[in-house]
Design a protein around this ligand. Structure first.
Ligand code: SF4
Length: 1498
């Protein structure tokens, strides 16, 4: 399965989940049908495979239907709870089925239990899709009793658990060919699971049992899966045994790794010797949810209750919680010594039959809504409205809040709220005392002045040994020490990959950070810092089956980047619980490779001996380098120790601390933590800081500078963790979330076990050689007095004699000469230089040569005018580049029939129509990024293609930033923001936290403009192929895979280099995986990232791309001289600047860009004619026409193996390698089409019209098509206010009122789901409780999460409470709401939010514009709920009172709100209970604008 670049390890899934139960404990048949209805109503959250029938999996968990089984079983079964039922998937072949049954029965009887009988589960196979049929198991039920033993439910369950687990291992380790079929969805005394690779509506058609009237239950848990995997298997359908999951566990690798370590210590009276045969607890290759369920099952087997186990696995964000009780913090702190969080977006419904409940992760990223009815039903689901319930029967509507649990005690028949359930658990043991007695904080250890010995070798030599350059000091260390943050750069990176570099590289540079895109969101550690944490505890672990006070005997470190003093405290501590042992990481330079290898082995032997002597902290130190001793790379040492101890079963005994001169940038530290370190002392950085102070380069004191540096690294680590969606270092430690690039497989397997490396290359020999080269530079054979100095570096900017750059003064000049003189000859010289540079080993494509020539005349190759239609210019925002440069690209590409890209930041509507001279300045591609700047119905309606930017090459997993000085008034206008107020986009799209959310956004955009293609931009990394598969199933039309090296915008310098991969890997993986999954024909595959020549395009095409993007090269053609100062607004050639004076220097013309594109096509056509392709379509994916260069002399590159990139999936004749058909977006069923038909008079004649419709949660994105149709006729002005009023009764689906334009007034009588009013473009939206409802609006949720995201203009009146992130990135809408969840008004840049109730935590994080008014009936506000970084409490002015009152009056008018009525009835008094929140920069900017206006008038 893992041939080529595809790796099944990177499959992802997500889904819709829910449950229903009878609070009175009545067993009912209708619960089954209601549960299946819920599943069907969630169908849009799932996916189907290429056969159009195979679902990604659906299932239902219910109570064991005792009466039913009594009726249908041909054998006697005892009373409920006295027996268990197992649902068993078995191999279809009778002989293998019998083998599995025998193994299972043997293990049951060995444990003293008895198999009563087996029952064939009746199924109707006509409902199984073609793909699902290939893996359909034989399904039976097994009935087991206690065999007259006196066993409690807990003991019985554990015996079943042991028998099942041991059988699973035995069968998995056997050689039977159908072993993968064997799986038990459930084996329980209480519950049973029916699930399969089915679409929801087929669940009860396939499993005929579910239709029997005696099939009764008081609870049902349901799940519908959306997987990137198109080889889904039956066992991965959900629910699992105790839970199902909507979201993604981003920490999975770390969790599994730490579970392996934990297993070293397992000792259990309950399981005795069995425990050894049950390991590993987590089977490899299963989904994150399946793995989590297995870990949960283990915790339950220790005797924990289900709610407690959930609390431990998914803790609240307790670390920085200002108001959480000490008792609760102690509980979390205690268990953090035992288990790390299973972290990631997660809504997790769970049940063991006694309890049913759900909990939400600390970030609160998944929707979880519930409704309680007056007749005792409780329904919880990923969406509201999954069951039709009359308003008069509704007791309440609620939602799960971040970190909170919701529980129903089925035996007691009541809801237990979060506080009660958690208080019960935390008071069971004296956790506070246990923490106090055993957990030692590093800050509490007194420093007794045991300084580590001063180094004898001078600092300069040591800096050289460890590869420090002047650039490292000036560009990395100094800014971090001075300002506590990383320096920023721009224009991507075009230096060689480490494996090609002729300069010796640090080992860290051979690894790339993985990052989240689509399936698991990056997080926002800047604005949502309250949920992040980098503290760690060090020390030996303890047995999870024996939880006691000493289980938290650990050393706690708040910031694990530690000073020399802190390291000394650990090294020389005399505390009885902590015993440190220091092991050197040095080898004799003369002994070479053997010496390095021997040192590593000796280290392991010494550490094992130290562990036997009860040392529990191992410090690896590279101090002491000199003429004879060189350092073993610290990353290698740390990882090897970590993995060797695991192999010896001793990893749980120690914590690893690093004392090293090597690490100096966030990537280095993150890698050390990722490979097992618990604290790092970067002593040479500290010395370098001292040196810089002494030399006058740093003007602050040493301690402040070190503190700044350590804190900058801490922030950098949070950023790197957040990139992959992880909030705590505790979960990140040991997680190895990196891909090796160009390291030999055997080397990686030994030293970095389980790290992905797909292009094999260098090993220990070359690594040692690089250490040797650095050492020799520091200690040359013949020293010339005074010549020893640091190299300059040249990683971030071209420097003579330093690292190569593809664009350098010569290539820039040559290209500009070519395009300015329209000289193909000059272009050929440029192309030769670039292509030869490639050949000199800078890129992977440089390693390829064309082969299997089959020449044809060039005249037969399709004309350049056709090919160039496949060309695009890169996404560069108006804001980051000037109007002149931006429009120049658009005009050029429109003339060619290609496409330019607006980039993030909106576009001036003036550009949407042709100019009088025939030029069209409209960008054909309109980008929709996380910031949602300027995204309106007008913007989208004027696109030919809409691109969702999931990640950008320069800094995948991070948001964009536009510094304040570049936000000129004209830029602010199109972004709907405030002039001169800097803009940082959040890294996550707040409407995409998983694959089904992306599907929703694609659906939204397709509704907003049915003619436009929807393009999803990804960045190359391992697993991008599986992500692409998910994106194809989510119905994107185009997938762009960008290389890591592209990008023109501002970016932290270290982000430019360490995340993302070359496009060659990404395109090839995407192509291979899409073809493998039969999805390639429905998708256009595009490539970009430093494409510069026709040869580059030809290689991209042969690897699978059919459209091509260029960014830097057209800018160079337009005059860019690669100063790389784009972020400073000082671009001398008028490109990356808004300064009117500098803009006047812009000399680019559309002809220059056109000439460049023509030249590239011409070169491409020459290659096509040589190798024998008439059209691009013929050429796509024909990787057999590429070969690796035969002669490569470079000592590192000569061992590279690129065969996986060139792997071509064997295809049948009818499988195409390129796009041949359109996606089916299923828009024909959209409610808007009916609305458009009925609103004809309003749309065409502007006649006031009033319509009424029922609405359901399956009616998604209501209002978008309507708005698009109005926009087509009336443009951005829409219709006159209130022209078209539509009342909806029921529950609206996601994205109600998205992009709704002026003149619309849309009212829901009922409730709404997430993304209410997304990018609202002028309409009035109203959500009000239905007339017959009796609940209080201000206590009940009425709209979901992320309401008014990116709203541009319009009004919203919400007669109830909204979920998390209300008004996120709102830039102009005015709204009134009666309460909101956490992170309200986050990143808001304009508009007004009036909140008449509670506001949740972290209000106004990153709010840079607009105003919020908040009301408290009691007149009190908890300041801890506000994020004060950018805002102030401002006094209310008369103008404020006036504006507020008007909004409240409208709220009353539209919703008849009780709370509005109360406030307005006593305005004199109640108005004093409002506070006003305003961003400080916004206030200054408004004053400045006001002053400018006054000056202009005078
Ligand atoms: S010339 Fe202008 S656009 Fe080009 S790299 Fe320099 S600052 Fe950026």
């Amino acid at each position: 399965m893992n041939k080529g670049l595809y790796n099944s390890e990177f499959e992802h899934d997500s889904c819709g989940a829910g449950f229903i139960c009878d609070l009175n404990g009545a067993k009912r048949n209708d619960i089954i049908h209601k549960a299946i209805d819920i599943l069907i109503r969630l169908e849009h959250r799932g996916a189907v495979s290429a056969d159009g029938k195979t679902g990604d999996g659906a299932g239902i968990l219910i109570e064991i239907p005792h009466l039913f089984f009594k009726k249908v079983c041909e054998f006697d079964i005892p009373e409920p709870k006295a027996y268990a039922v197992g649902m068993v998937f078995l191999p279809p072949k009778p002989n293998q089925l019998n083998y599995a049954v025998e193994q299972f029965e043997k293990n049951i009887t060995t444990r003293g239990l008895r198999v009563i009988g087996w029952r064939d589960v009746p199924v109707d196979r006509t409902y199984v899709g073609k793909i699902a049929a290939k893996t359909e198991p034989k399904i039976k039920q097994v009935f087991i009793d206690k065999n007259r033993q006196k066993l409690s439910e807990f003991e019985f369950s554990n015996k079943l658990f042991a028998a099942r687990k041991i059988t699973e291992h035995e069968i998995l380790n056997s050689n039977i060919s159908e072993k993968n079929y064997f799986y038990l969805p459930s084996l329980s005394v209480n519950t049973i699971i029916y699930k399969g690779l089915l679409v929801p509506e087929d669940i009860n058609r396939y499993y005929v049992d579910l239709n029997d009237k005696d099939f009764t239950t008081k609870l049902a848990l349901v799940h519908q899966r959306f997987s990137t995997n198109t080889f889904p298997t039956w066992d991965l359908a959900q629910p699992f045994r105790y839970m199902c999951h909507n979201g993604e566990i981003n920490t999975l690798r770390g969790n599994i790794s730490q579970m392996d370590t934990r297993e070293e210590l397992f000792k259990s009276d309950i399981f005795g010797e069995d425990i050894k045969s049950m390991l590993p607890i987590i089977f490899r290759g299963k989904s994150d949810s399946a793995s989590m369920d297995m870990a949960l099952e283990l915790l339950l087997s220790t005797g924990m209750s289900l709610p407690q186990a959930m609390m431990i696995m998914v803790p609240e964000a307790w670390e920085k919680h200002p108001t959480m009780s000490e008792e609760k913090k102690s509980f979390y702190n205690f268990f953090s010594c035992i288990m790390e969080p299973w972290d990631g977006p997660a809504s997790i419904p769970f049940t063991d039959g006694n309890y049913i409940g759900a909990l939400l992760d600390r970030n609160g990223l998944r929707p979880s809504r519930y409704t309680i009815t007056k007749d005792g039903l409780l329904v919880m689901s990923s969406e509201a409205g999954v069951l039709e319930i009359p308003p008069e029967n509704i007791e309440m509507h609620g939602r799960l809040e971040p970190g909170k649990m919701f529980l129903v005690d089925m035996n007691a028949g009541r809801i237990v709220n979060d506080e009660e359930v958690k208080n019960n658990i935390i008071n069971q043991r004296p956790y506070k005392k246990w923490i106090h007695d055993n957990l030692l904080s590093l800050s509490e250890i007194p420093y007794t002045g045991n300084p580590t010995k001063i180094e004898e070798t001078d600092i300069l030599r040591r800096q050289k040994v460890f590869g420090y350059t002047k650039e490292d000091i000036s560009t990395l260390i100094l800014p971090m020490s001075e300002q506590g943050k990383e320096a920023v750069g721009s224009m991507g990176t075009d230096v060689p990959l480490s494996v090609f570099s002729s300069k010796p590289q640090l080992l860290y540079n051979y690894f790339k950070q993985l990052f989240a895109q689509v399936t698991n969101p990056p997080l926002d550690g800047i604005r949502e810092e309250i949920v992040t944490d980098i503290s760690l505890s060090i020390g030996a672990d303890s047995n999870i089956f024996d939880i006691k006070a000493e289980s938290c005997k650990k050393l706690r470190i708040e910031n694990p980047i530690i000073s020399n003093e802190d390291l000394d405290k650990i090294k020389f501590n005399s505390h009885p619980n902590f015993n440190a042992y220091t092991v050197p990481a040095l080898y004799q330079i003369g002994s070479g490779l053997n010496g390095m290898e021997a040192t590593l082995e000796e280290m392991i032997r010494n550490v094992l001996k130290a562990i036997d002597k009860h040392k529990n902290i191992i410090i690896i130190s590279d101090r002491g380098v000199d003429k004879n001793f060189a350092p073993v790379p610290m990353l290698l040492t740390c990882s090897y120790l970590h993995h060797s101890l695991k192999r010896h079963g001793k990893r749980s005994k120690v914590g690893i601390v690093i004392e090293s001169a090597e690490p100096r940038e966030p990537h280095h530290f993150a890698m050390l933590f990722g490979y097992g370190a618990s604290a790092i002392n970067p002593y040479l950085v500290n010395e370098t800081i001292q040196q810089q102070i002494e030399q006058g380069h740093l003007k602050i004191d040493f301690h402040t500078a070190v503190k700044n540096f350590n804190s900058a690294i801490g922030k950098g680590i949070v950023k790197i963790m957040n990139k992959i969606g992880i909030s705590t270092l505790h979960s990140y430690r040991g997680s190895q979330i990196f891909e090796a690039l160009g390291l030999r497989g055997s080397f990686v397997e030994k030293y970095f076990t389980n790290t992905v490396t797909r292009i094999s290359g260098v090993g220990l020999y070359e690594i040692e050689k690089e250490v040797f080269l650095r050492h020799r530079m520091a200690f040359p054979n013949r020293e010339v007095e005074g010549v020893l100095k640091l190299n300059i570096g040249g990683q971030y900017r071209w420097r003579r004699n330093e690292e190569h750059h593809m664009f350098n003064p010569t290539t820039v000049a040559k290209l500009q000469q070519a395009v300015q003189q329209n000289s193909y000859t000059s272009y050929e010289k440029y192309a030769e230089m670039i292509n030869n540079q490639s050949a000199q080993l800078m890129t992977i494509r440089g390693m390829f040569e064309f082969t299997e020539f089959d020449p044809i005349p060039i005249e037969e190759v399709e004309p350049w005018t056709e090919i160039v239609k496949r060309f695009k210019t890169g996404a560069m925002s108006f804001g980051s580049i000037s109007k002149e440069a931006h429009e120049n690209l658009a005009i050029a590409m429109n003339r060619l029939g290609g496409k330019s890209n607006s980039g993030e930041g909106g576009e001036d509507p003036d550009r949407f129509q042709k100019d009088n001279n025939g030029n069209l300045r409209n960008s054909a591609i309109k980008q929709v990024a996380s910031g949602r700047f300027g995204v309106s119905i007008d913007y989208l309606s004027n696109a030919k293609e809409i691109q969702i930017k999931m990640a950008q090459g320069a800094k995948p997993g991070e948001g964009g930033q536009l510094p304040g000085p570049k936000v000129y008034p004209w830029v602010a206008k199109v972004r709907n923001s405030t002039p001169y107020v800097g803009l940082i986009s959040p890294p996550p799209h707040h409407d995409i936290y998983s694959i089904e959310d992306l599907a929703q956004l694609i659906y939204d955009l397709k509704n907003a403009n049915r003619e436009a293609r929807v393009n999803v931009k990804l960045v190359s990394e391992v697993g991008v192929g599986t992500v692409a598969t998910g994106v194809a199933k989510a119905k994107a039309d185009v997938i762009l895979v960008s290389g890591y090296d592209g990008g023109t915008g501002a970016s932290p310098l270290t982000s430019l280099k360490h995340a993302g991969l070359p496009w060659e890997l990404g395109i090839a993986e995407a192509q291979q995986t899409l073809v493998r999954n039969n999805l390639r024909d429905r998708i256009v595959l595009e490539c970009d990232g430093q494409l510069k020549t026709g040869r580059d395009v030809a290689i991209a095409c042969l690897l699978g791309a059919e459209e091509f993007g260029f960014a830097t090269a057209p800018l160079v053609a337009s005059g860019c001289i690669m100063m790389r100062a784009c972020h400073l607004n000082t671009c001398p050639v008028g490109i990356a600047t808004q300064d009117p004076v500098l803009r006047s220097n812009f000399k680019g013309t559309p002809e220059h860009v056109i000439n460049f594109m023509y030249f590239v096509t011409q070169e491409l056509r020459e290659i096509m004619s040589k190798i024998g392709f008439r059209t691009i379509n013929e050429m796509v994916g024909q990787s057999q026409k590429l070969d690796m260069k035969k002669v490569i002399k470079h000592y590192k590159a000569k061992r590279l193996d690129l065969s996986k990139i060139l792997y071509k999936i064997p295809t049948t004749q009818n499988k195409t390698l390129y796009n041949t058909k359109n996606q089916n977006h299923g828009l024909e069923r959209v409610l808007d089409l009916t609305l458009v038909k009925n609103a004809h008079t309003a749309i065409f004649r502007k006649e006031p019209t009033h319509l009424v419709f029922p609405i359901h949660n399956t009616n998604r994105t209501v209002g978008a098509i309507l708005s698009n149709e109005i926009n087509k006729i009336h443009g951005k002005n829409g219709l006159p206010k209130g022209t078209l009023k539509i009342d909806f009764y029921g529950t609206s689906g996601q994205s109600f009122g998205a992009f709704a334009t002026k003149g619309l007034e849309l009212t829901v009588y009922g409730n709404c789901n997430d993304y209410f009013g997304k990018s609202l473009s002028g309409a009035t939206l109203v959500a009000k409780i239905p007339e017959k409802a009796t609940f209080k609006s201000e206590e009940n949720i009425i709209i979901g999460n992320v309401a008014l995201y990116g709203a541009v203009y319009g009004e919203a009146y919400i007669n109830g409470v909204a979920g998390e992130r209300f008004c996120v990135r709102n830039s102009g809408a005015r709204s009134v709401v009666e309460g909101i969840g956490d992170h309200g008004c986050e990143y808001m840049t304009g508009g007004v939010a009036v909140i008449l109730g509670k506001i949740g935590r972290n209000f106004a994080a990153g709010m840079s514009g607009g105003i919020a008014y908040i009301y408290s009936g009691a007149g009190d506000f908890d300041e801890k709920n506000f994020n004060m970084e950018m805002i102030d409490f401002e006094p209310m002015t008369d103008k404020d009172f006036e504006q507020l009152k008007t909004l409240l009056e409208k709220h009353l008018l539209y919703t008849n709100s009780n709370i509005a009525k109360t406030i307005l009835s006593d305005w004199e008094k109640t108005s004093k209970n409002f506070i006003k929140i305003m961003p400080t920069d916004y206030k200054i900017a408004l004053e400045r604008i006001e002053k400018e206006k006054t000056l202009a008038v005078s």
